[in-house]
Design a protein around this ligand. Structure first.
Ligand SMILES: [Zn+2]
Length: 436
């Protein structure tokens, strides 16, 4: 169906960050059909379906490049603990009790939160991923999905390994599905949860399937030290040796990089998913963001799971990414507003290999858009809209979200999800899981 958005301020997110003051965008089927500076509507266009965005901002939707959607079931469940203790004593044992249905409803809860806060694509690593795929298909959001892989057994058999087989199945069943909104990567969890041969096997499988890898990398100092002790090299060098970087890679965190690590990541065109909220909350450290960007590394943003953040609000990550770097380095010129917003949109699209489809408002691109109500008081006076996004915005000012040409939220009303039902199901299941 045709859709017209008129009277909007349009942040195109093209190379030169062009802004159209009184623009209109016409959407046909899943794509942006025409972008006009003077409110021109193509003559063959039926504008029955019109959104008046007067005084508001239209821009590409945000891209959350690292999360574990169903972990929202564990939001505020175990906090203020070191990562290893948190993961091995709290997260893994509780997650072992999850059923496929639990994961489905946890993913639905996260998708509600993501749509409400302007995220149109997310990259997810977890288990029962067929259920996450089902949630993505039904709700209309776009996603990059990976079955999380881990193996502590040196004697594993790749042919019969349950997780590797599920990953293959997920790829065969879902890659390119849901009108092309779903891509499937492989998700070896990390260098400390996968024995080296298993990691090599995952890399080989990714090559064989012609897909990419989503992995956690050098999140904590402990991981960095253990890598030197156990493998005699840094985590990045370890992945390089095992062939992990021979395919497109989203490497989450990359907090503890050496100079050589940084060079390797740039050379191998790895994308680093920076998760400032999670890194701060788990006391993991502060990534070398200014250097990562100045060396030419593609850095995108992620929230991580809602158990370690504890929300999926990408506006918060945009703000944190800039503020931490400025404060830590005593230098307010680092990570300007343009750079911070770019990480959440263009760099995210590049990290997921979908930069030719989303991340820019231009005719022919997929219509993944959000409308932010910039008439609200925190945007006044309207001096600089990119600064407003980075420093004075609030994710709840997102009022309309469109993915693949379909309106998923309009004026704050979700169109594809029964939010009350999702909350009811989540509350019920969490009570059952905790034995109450
Ligand atoms: Zn993570």
């Amino acid at each position: 169906m045709d859709l017209l958005i008129k009277n909007a301020k349009v942040l195109t997110m093209n190379e030169s960050m062009d802004i159209i003051e009184n623009g209109s965008i016409t959407v046909r089927d899943d794509k942006i059909y025409y972008v006009s500076k003077e409110g021109v509507v193509p003559p063959d266009f039926s504008s029955a379906n019109t959104i008046d965005a007067k005084g508001k901002l239209v821009m590409p939707g945000l891209i959350n490049t690292h999360t574990h959607a169903a972990m929202s079931l564990l939001r505020n469940y175990a906090d203020d603990m070191p990562l290893e203790k948190w993961l091995f004593e709290k997260m893994f044992p509780t997650e072992d009790k999850f059923t496929g249905e639990d994961v489905y409803w946890g993913a639905m809860l996260s998708i509600v939160e993501m749509i409400r806060t302007g995220t149109t694509t997310f990259a997810d690593m977890y288990f029962f991923m067929e259920e996450v795929a089902r949630a993505v298909e039904e709700t209309g959001i776009r996603a990059n999905l990976s079955r999380g892989l881990q193996c502590f057994d040196e004697q594993f058999d790749a042919e019969t390994d349950k997780r590797l087989n599920e990953a293959k199945e997920l790829f065969n069943n879902w890659n390119g599905k849901a009108d092309g909104r779903i891509r499937v990567y492989l998700g070896p969890h990390s260098i400390y949860t996968c024995v080296p041969d298993y990691l090599r096997e995952a890399a080989n499988l990714a090559k064989e399937l012609g897909t990419g890898i989503h992995i956690h990398l050098l999140e904590t100092q402990k991981e960095a030290k253990d890598s030197i002790r156990n493998f005699g090299c840094t985590g990045v060098e370890h992945c390089l040796k095992l062939g992990v970087f021979d395919v497109p890679v989203i490497a989450a965190h990359c907090v503890h990089l050496s100079d050589n690590d940084l060079e390797i990541l740039v050379k191998k065109k790895v994308s680093a998913a920076h998760n400032p909220g999670s890194n701060l909350k788990l006391g993991s450290g502060i990534a070398r963001l200014p250097e990562m960007l100045s060396k030419g590394l593609n850095v995108c943003l992620g929230t991580d799971g809602a158990a370690s953040n504890n929300n999926l609000d990408m506006f918060e990550e945009i703000r944190l990414s800039g503020l931490i770097s400025k404060g830590f380095h005593l230098n307010p010129t680092l990570i300007d507003a343009n750079e911070a917003v770019r990480m959440a949109v263009s760099n995210g699209a590049k990290a997921l290999g979908i930069q030719d489809e989303v991340g820019v408002i231009r005719a022919g691109m997929k219509a993944d858009l959000m409308i932010v109500d910039t008439n609200r008081v925190n945007y006044i006076p309207k001096n600089n809209v990119v600064s407003a996004l980075a420093y004075s915005s609030n994710s709840l000012d997102v009022e309309t979200v469109i993915v693949n040409g379909k309106v998923l939220m309009e004026g704050g009303q979700l169109k594809t999800i029964d939010e009350e039902k999702v909350i009811y199901q989540v509350e019920k299941r969490v009570k059952q899981l905790s034995g109450k």
